[in-house]
Design a protein around this ligand. Structure first.
Ligand code: AMP
Ligand code: GLY
Length: 427
């Protein structure tokens, strides 16, 4: 079987690493790929928005299945285009991907089908939004309804901040078209977790629950980033909570989308918050999380190619998913200055030494090659994943691996997994 992976980040590297282990694979391609992905795949210099180019590649190389990593091509209809061309592709259609690409649509769907989430209202004009905010009070959450690379959310603790947020999103269009609709949402309080399912639109199978660390600074403060680390399984998601999330949120959402004429196939990502009133939805995404992919895929024992095929063929109900009973932690090594201005092009050292520790896999988030030397090429540079028998051991093993690696100005958070440690080892 020949598979094409669309994307270039550490999540797509984790997909490539996992798929390359399948005995069913004869050839793996990636577009555009990365120096990390190139260890397992032929990287073709096509962007993830060049649908004609990608379709041409698949037809020319007779690729059997295409897997799409990031949300933007999904929201722009890559799956629809491939299907019109008679090609097999893994991921939701444009209509189904609206669960992530249009937060107003997602919230309306959840309220219509009684799926637990926060109260909300959607606005296109500033004055009614201001009135609603004054009536509801703070804290309150403002969201650009469209895709804004994880940046379109403002948590407002004062009325001034909230009214300023309306200016930013609606009047100044700080998030561009994504802010054409402004969602004002109830502030939900609790610990967050990420839950992932593969679904063919009818049945669902689950990966282990994970937890991300979104901010740049230790203690979960500072600017938001693409994610500075993750671990799985997240002990905050007890087996009972996992069951509740499946029965009250995930399965009903897949059913609701089918009922609305938008059958969902692919990976459904639930951003869950564990409030005092029970688990609620913060958001849905139409893809696997990054950096969560770098911990949940290494803990998947089942051949990923079998899962991808079952989703495309609508035979998920026949799948038996086997998960590793160990734990995994990934620590993101970033360029100094990220998520603000940073420099690139610095040589990276120590990857072989880190992997030689065993049970360590290094996924490339933003690297480049200069005269066959691996150099930094992005804000987030590497995701260093380690596996061990339990979470504390996986965390310390990941940091041992990180200690082997260096590049000029490198930065990483030293507290990845702190919530799990606090839960597992109460003081
Ligand atoms: P989103 O892009 O919708 O996942 O939002 C990004 C982050 O903002 C989430 O991971 C939460 O930490 C926070 N957030 C979003 N919506 C809410 C909410 N309604 N209440 C509290 N925090 C929120
Ligand atoms: N880990 C957050 C995301 O992938 O959106």
């Amino acid at each position: 079987m020949k598979i094409l992976i669309v994307g270039k980040g550490a999540r797509e590297h984790a997909f490539a690493w996992k798929i390359a282990q399948s005995p069913k694979i004869t050839q793996l391609y990636a577009a555009p790929g990365s120096p990390g992905i190139a260890q397992y795949a032929e990287c073709v210099d096509l962007s993830d928005s060049d649908f004609d180019g990608l379709i041409g590649l698949v037809q020319k190389e007779q690729i059997d299945l295409t897997l799409v990593g990031p949300e933007i091509p999904l929201a722009e209809g890559i799956v629809d285009r491939f299907q019109e061309a008679g090609l097999t592709i893994f991921g939701p259609t444009q209509a189904a991907a609206q669960i992530e690409a249009d937060k107003d649509f997602a919230l309306e769907l959840m309220h219509k089908y009684d799926i637990p989430t926060g109260a909300y209202a959607t606005f296109t004009e500033p004055e009614p939004a201001r009135e609603y905010i004054r009536e509801k009070g703070v804290p309150i959450v403002l969201k650009a309804s469209g895709l804004a690379a994880g940046k379109g959310v403002l948590i407002c603790h004062t009325l001034d901040e909230a009214l300023q947020g309306v200016e930013e999103i609606v009047v100044d269009q700080a998030f561009g078209e994504a802010g054409n609709k402004l969602v004002v949402m109830e502030y939900l309080e609790g610990e967050e977790a990420s839950i992932f399912a593969f679904t063919d639109g009818e049945d669902l199978v689950y990966l282990l629950p994970a937890q991300d660390h979104k901010t740049i600074d230790e203690g979960d403060v500072g600017l938001n980033t693409g994610g500075m680390g993750a671990y799985a399984p997240a002990p905050v998601v007890t087996p009972e909570l996992m069951q509740e999330a499946q029965d009250r949120i995930m399965a009903p959402t897949v059913k609701a989308l089918a009922k609305e004429g938008r059958p969902y196939k692919g990976i459904l990502y639930l951003g869950l918050i564990l409030t005092a009133d029970g688990p609620k939805v913060i958001e849905f995404n139409c893809r696997l999380g990054d950096p969560e992919a770098q911990v949940v895929l290494p803990l998947l024992k089942t051949d990923l190619v079998d899962i991808l095929t079952a989703v495309c063929n609508s035979t998920v109900k026949d799948l038996n998913i086997e998960l590793d009973n160990r734990a995994a932690t990934t620590v993101v090594m970033a360029s100094g200055g990220y998520p603000e201005a940073y420099e690139t092009g610095f040589p990276i050292k120590g990857l072989d030494e880190a992997e030689a520790l065993g049970d360590v896999v290094i996924f490339h988030a933003g690297t480049g090659a200069q005269n066959s030397t691996l150099v930094t090429g992005g804000g987030r540079v590497l995701a260093v994943t380690a596996m061990a028998n339990d979470i504390p051991s996986a965390i310390s093993h990941a940091y041992k691996a990180v200690d082997q690696i260096s590049f000029q100005g490198h930065y990483f958070r030293k507290d990845i997994g702190h919530r799990a440690l606090a839960r597992l080892e109460p003081v």
